[in-house]
Design a protein around this ligand. Sequence first.
Ligand SMILES: Nc1ncnc2c1ncn2[C@@H]1O[C@H](COP(=O)(O)OP(=O)(O)OP(=O)(O)O)[C@@H](O)[C@H]1O
Length: 278
Amino acid sequence: MRLDLDSVRVALGGRPILDRVSLTVHSGQFVALVGPNGSGKSTLLRTVYRARRPDSGTVRLDGRDLWSVPAAETARHVGVLMQEQHTGFEFTVAETVALGRTPHLGLFDRLTGTDQAAIDDALVRTGLTAFTGRRVGDLSGGERQRVLLARALAQQPRVLVLDEPTNHLDPRHQLDLLELVRDLGVTVVAALHSLDLAATYADTTAVLQNGRLVAHGRPADVLTAERIGEVFEVDATVHDDGGGTRFVLRPRCVCPDERCHWSCRTRRAGVGADAPVS
Ligand SMILES: Nc1ncnc2c1ncn2[C@@H]1O[C@H](COP(=O)(O)OP(=O)(O)OP(=O)(O)O)[C@@H](O)[C@H]1O
């Protein structure tokens, strides 16, 4: 499904959080959203799965405004894996993943063979077949994250919205998750803090800064040392040895400039106001 955000504005607490964001994600493409804490990534994702209505501007799926179609229809098409998503800790893994089929069921419908096949497939893909009888509350953070992914996959969405999906996952499971998601062939919008992972797995990278989209394009074009330095207030070097892109970042301090980062101020305070900050 094609996703279009057109001049999306969201204001919260009297302050603009998203400021005229326009972004197109073609059907089957994977876009990574990167940006500093508080830059608006989660808010943008919420507009895509219809949890936050833009104050102005539109979000369209295959050309149709999300807010002009029934919520149930969006729920069928858009799968979500958000940070700190509430899961019923008393439920088993099998029961939790089965919830992914809810948008496809009527009020009193029971699971059909098609539903069960989607659930089983999601459990296999996420390596959870041995966990089906376990209580979600007894799982580790990383295992629970995989259960939430499995629930989203069982839904068989056409658009997948992921907020920091690699949280809690060890390096191997981070790679497994992103390869799995990329290979699904559905449209993916994922907020990622790891620039390495964004550069490796995304077709395009969108950079948010203070609620504004400051760049969107191929990772190699967008994730330049200069832009990363500017947006994240770091000194960055980009290494590409043909086996993948790697970013080396160091905190940048521009003290006593007014943009002096709080961490630099803290370090200065700790080592003496006149000490140089590197
Ligand atoms: N209900 C709200 N009222 C006021 N401000 C809010 C509200 N919800 C979010 N914000 C603010 O909006 C800004 C953007 O938040 P958002 O969660 O979208 O950022 P983010 O880029 O996902 O951050 P992070 O990387 O830390 O997860 C933040 O400054 C946050 O404090």
